[in-house]
Design a protein around this ligand. Structure first.
Ligand SMILES: Nc1ncnc2c1ncn2[C@@H]1O[C@H](COP(=O)(O)OP(=O)(O)O)[C@@H](O)[C@H]1O
Ligand SMILES: [Mg+2]
Length: 324
């Protein structure tokens, strides 16, 4: 059985979101929340948010050499986020743009396990291809495009340019589909156009990632078999599937294997489990000598430790030193 030493010497390059997350301890999903008043909670913790930034912290925490590119404002919050990423060993290719404010997300965790994000992230919405220093790829490794839905400019061609640039430099690529914030409430034509923009780049993606709901919604399908057929027809040949308490799956050209989860007794970390699982598989993408079942088993163990709070990859933010 493989263990975490397999991550030593691996490399991951990431482009994605970065912001400040303020997370509440679980509160009751009561109608009171919609009325005038106040709801006490046991803690409100500030951490680094953004799928891309979190994936970078997972990778560096697993021992991989990690590079992150994204955008922040020139405000103190952007400086604090970049400082914290660097202090965790992430090599920063973050662009500082005086025109944008660094974003925030309020993460409301409920006692029933659901969560709600309230977010304002001008820095991430305004990411451009020209903000990304392609030196990011200079040392090789695997490339992850995280948070694909957030910047209109990137959807309109920037993502394709970026994935091509990674391939041209010999990097294999991953894309995490996640949930498009527009799904469910934007006009149908808008949703279709956005899905189409991501479909177009699937031939440039070596490994696609998402949970069952996200993958089905993206393909307008209700079952995974149809979902895989459609994804493959659009150019995505391998898919890592996050299956919650059921575990994790790996699809490759007609074969689908599932490894059951490692059971957890308490949920300390409620966000980021899918990102962590996928990072494990990206770091091992080149290891053709290790079977996918074995890779998934290791990943499920690491994620269970994270969910139960035995491992902390995401630092708590503090005012700390002067970030100027
Ligand atoms: N209730 C659970 N019990 C055990 N493992 C879990 C549980 N929920 C998630 N996991 C682990 O975390 C991984 C990703 O979580 P999931 O919730 O499916 O992803 P996402 O965060 O993308 O929705 C799963 O593949 C599994 O390994
Ligand atoms: Mg996810």
């Amino acid at each position: 059985m493989i263990d975490e030493t397999v991550f030593r010497g691996t490399r991951l390059c990431i482009v994605g979101n970065i912001c400040r997350d303020s997370k509440t301890a679980p509160i009751s999903p009561d109608v009171r929340l919609f009325q005038d008043g106040e709801t006490p909670t046991e803690s409100i913790v500030e951490t680094i948010g953004g799928g891309g930034a979190n994936s970078a912290l997972f990778a560096t925490g697993l021992g991989a050499e990690t590079r992150f590119a994204g955008k922040v404002g020139t405000d103190w919050q952007g400086k604090m986020l970049e400082h914290t990423m660097r202090s965790r060993g992430v090599e920063s290719f973050i662009c500082r743009d005086p025109e944008v404010q660094t974003g925030n997300s309020l993460v409301i965790n409920y006692t029933n396990g659901c969560r709600h994000f309230i977010s304002h992230q001008p820095n991430n919405y305004n990411l451009n291809f020209s903000d990304i220093d392609l030196e990011l790829f200079a040392k090789g490794g695997h490339f992850l495009r995280a948070d694909v839905w957030f910047s209109e400019q990137m959807l309109a061609g920037g993502n394709a340019q970026l994935l091509k640039a990674a391939h041209n430099r010999g990097l294999a690529t991953s894309l995490d589909l996640n949930w498009d914030p527009y799904w469910g409430f934007a006009p149908e034509t808008r949703i279709k156009a956005r899905k189409e923009a991501v479909r177009q780049i699937l031939p440039l993606v070596d490994m696609l990632h998402g949970n069952v709901r996200e993958l089905n919604c993206f393909t307008d399908s209700t079952d995974l078999t149809t979902t895989f057929q459609r994804l493959e027809a659009w150019g995505a040949e391998t898919v890592v599937v996050h299956m919650g308490a059921q575990g994790a799956g790996y699809y490759c050209r007609g074969d689908f294997i599932v490894e059951p989860s490692v059971s957890v007794r308490k949920h300390v970390n409620t966000t980021g489990s899918g990102d962590l699982l996928s990072v494990c598989l990206m770091l091992l993408h080149d290891r053709k000598d290790i079977q996918y079942g074995e890779k998934l088993r290791l990943a499920n163990h690491i994620v269970a430790d994270f969910i139960e709070g035995r491992r902390q990859f995401l630092p708590t933010l503090s005012m700390g030193p002067d970030y100027s």
